[in-house]
Design a protein. Structure first.
Length: 256
């Protein structure tokens, strides 16, 4: 009888322990599915962000492709500008002598194929000329901001590419001054003798070579030929037109 009671107590203790520890061991099994559900949620968010970024990039690339552009490059350039305007006058305007100035700007090149590109530029040019009347030497200083709209034809001549370019370049006068020297006296003044706007035809040639896979170095020589009268209020028969020779060099970076 005593053994039966002992067996009964032992069995009761075992069942109680089983019920307690069995409940604890089942908890991780119930929690585990919750963790497994959250992992795909983060993965789905990352995939959505990646797809959104890819879609935006593809949209920009598709827009460029629709314009027929195969490659886009941006660059800067600097050099020298020799200005010697043409003067035509029936009123004895003095003959213009050349003046050397600086030039600097930025450009974008949109290549339609390996042989043709469109190249807009924004350039700062120091221009003007010198003349002399009765012992008085005058230097006319004109600073221009110009937007050149150029077409560019190019061909591979290993290890470089040579090109020709041409187009139009409307310009706006930023400042105009005169400097007069007579004997030992020097006088500088602002002037309004020249028009605030001019339009040039551009024709040039140059070459470029790849420095790396994305960077190229280039140089070109070009002439600006004036299509408008530089004088603000010219007398009948007076005409002063731009005549400039520029040498420019610089790097450009391939973006697409």
């Amino acid at each position: 009888m005593r053994n039966l009671k002992t067996l009964t107590v032992s069995l009761s203790t075992f069942l109680l322990a089983q019920s307690l520890f069995g409940a604890n061991t089942s908890s991780p099994t119930e929690i585990a599915p919750d963790h497994q559900v959250m992992r795909p949620t983060h993965t789905a968010q990352n995939q959505t962000q990646t797809q959104t970024t890819t879609t935006r990039t593809t949209t920009r690339t598709s827009a460029i492709d629709r314009m027929g552009v195969e490659r886009v490059e941006f660059g800067v350039q600097a050099g020298a500008n020799y200005s010697s305007p043409w003067v035509e006058s029936k009123n004895f305007l003095p003959e213009a002598n050349g003046k050397l100035g600086g030039a600097a700007g930025a450009l974008a090149e949109f290549s339609m194929n390996n042989n043709f590109a469109l190249q807009p530029e924004l350039n700062f040019l120091q221009s003007g000329y010198r003349d002399e009347v009765g012992g008085t030497k005058t230097t006319h200083n004109l600073n221009f901001l110009e937007l050149a709209l150029l077409a560019k034809g190019k061909i591979d001549v290993e290890p470089a590419r040579v090109f020709v370019l041409g187009g139009l370049s409307p310009g706006m006068v930023l400042s105009q001054t005169t400097r007069q020297t007579m004997g030992g006296l020097v006088r500088s003044d602002k002037t309004t003798a020249f028009s605030d706007f001019r339009l040039n035809a551009v024709l040039g040639a140059g070459a470029e070579v790849d420095a790396t896979e994305t960077v190229a170095l280039f140089g070109n020589i070009r002439t600006n030929v004036g299509l408008t009268n530089m004088l603000n209020s010219p007398a009948v028969g007076d005409l002063v037109r731009s005549n400039e020779l520029l040498v420019m060099v610089g790097p450009k970076l391939r973006l697409l």
